[in-house]
Design a protein around this ligand. Structure first.
Ligand SMILES: Cc1cc2nc3c(=O)[nH]c(=O)nc-3n(C[C@H](O)[C@H](O)[C@H](O)COP(=O)(O)OP(=O)(O)OC[C@H]3O[C@@H](n4cnc5c(N)ncnc54)[C@H](O)[C@@H]3O)c2cc1C
Length: 327
């Protein structure tokens, strides 16, 4: 199958839809027979998230669906929500379906953390040294998901030097930054007003944002809580790097974290009334878990392993009694 459908293509925005269509054609073309299996101890749904199900994305995270052609969707090829459908068909319930990781990185290069992230109105909306998952979620709340990273020339070129080989040029993290700078529509302006006009931002608004930011640098305070060590006065010629979700070169990415509601002790899928569905368990991103409540790199893998072991243990021991059904 991998020879026919490149497994790396699904990450590539619009290409994912083409790959999904190819997979469907492939499945239809295979001469298959239906086989029934009886599970004596239990069934564990471990079918990942619903990142490649546009209908579910549109319902629960419309911005992700709207930008799906430009954003990278995190998940495995088969993450189409079919595991969730299976759980629902047995009486299960979905929960926290709008929980999502949306990733928008400012660095590398490290120097760029000193810049200002502004929306289409020219307003800052988060501290630029925040975790990339928090920047992504905040960007999802901005008009048209527009996000520009405003830098002065000194900071812009300092970042370019940090990206130069051999340090980060060929690393996974440095390469997207290069591509975005070169192909993503980077703008340059001799003044902040000229830059604003090129970005389609009201010039007076961006000027006011810059003045407020620079005044904060002088006092060592920032209304968004940015660390003073990551701030510097921005002055002289300016650059703007396009970090908008709709810019495919910004390599913004996301993955949904909602899933089937489960009994916290056993991992059993629970009904709307909180009763466990006998013999049916869910784990990883098919289930509500720790990473559903708060996104942080590493938490999802950890939760997947923990919840997978819990569900497997319960299935082997035949535990699916109703009990604690907090999610
Ligand atoms: C690029 C990327 C980077 C990530 N980085 C991090 C990170 O730094 N830290 C972190 O904690 N997490 C990270 N994650 C998330 C983490 O990988 C997932 O949360 C984790 O793999 C979820 O495990 P899972 O077993 O629930 O689902 P998956 O690993 O997606 O496995 C589910 C499997 O089920 C298959 N499947 C789906 N439906 C069916 C079906 N109907 N029939 C048969 N098979 C089916 C899928 O094809 C897939 O192989 C990252 C994910 C991606 C994509």
């Amino acid at each position: 199958m991998y020879r026919k459908v490149d497994p790396y293509r699904p990450f590539g925005g619009a290409q994912a839809e083409a790959a999904i269509a190819e997979c469907r054609d492939l499945e239809r073309s295979i001469d298959y027979r239906t086989a029934l299996f009886r599970a004596h101890r239990g069934v564990v749904i471990a079918a990942g998230n619903y990142t490649y199900n546009l209908e579910l994305l549109s319902r629960y995270r419309p911005e992700f669906a709207i930008c799906h052609r430009e954003m990278n969707r995190g998940g495995s090829m088969g993450c189409d929500g079919s595991g969730l459908e299976l759980g629902l068909s047995a009486g299960g319930q979905l929960a926290n379906m709008d929980a999502v990781a949306l990733m928008r990185s400012v660095s590398p290069p490290n120097a760029y953390v000193a810049g200002m992230l502004v929306n289409a109105r020219g307003e800052r909306y988060i501290n630029e040294d925040a975790y990339l998952g928090h920047i992504g979620l905040a960007t999802a709340d901005q008009p048209d998901y527009v996000c520009w990273l405003i830098l002065d020339a000194k900071t812009f070129w300092k970042g370019i030097r940090q990206l130069l080989p051999p340090k980060e040029m060929f690393s996974w993290w440095g390469m997207p930054a290069w591509l975005n700078i070169l192909l993503g529509g980077t703008k340059r302006g001799a003044s902040i007003e000229k830059l604003a006009r090129k970005c389609g931002i009201p010039a007076e608004a961006l000027r006011a944002t810059l003045d407020t930011y620079n005044a904060g640098v002088a006092k060592g305070v920032d209304r968004h809580g940015k660390k003073p060590a990551n701030m510097s006065v921005l002055e002289g010629g300016f650059y703007a790097i396009n970090c908008s979700f709709r810019n495919k070169w910004s390599f913004s990415s996301g993955m949904p974290f909602g899933g089937l509601k489960v009994n916290e002790k056993t991992g059993a899928v629970v009904t709307g009334e909180g009763a466990s569905v006998p013999g049916l368990y869910a784990c990883g991103r098919s289930a509500v878990g720790l990473s559903t409540a708060t996104t942080f790199s590493g938490l999802s893998i950890a939760d997947t392993i923990f919840s997978g072991r819990r569900a497997a243990r319960s299935a082997v021991l035949g535990q699916s009694e109703p009990g604690n059904d907090r999610t």
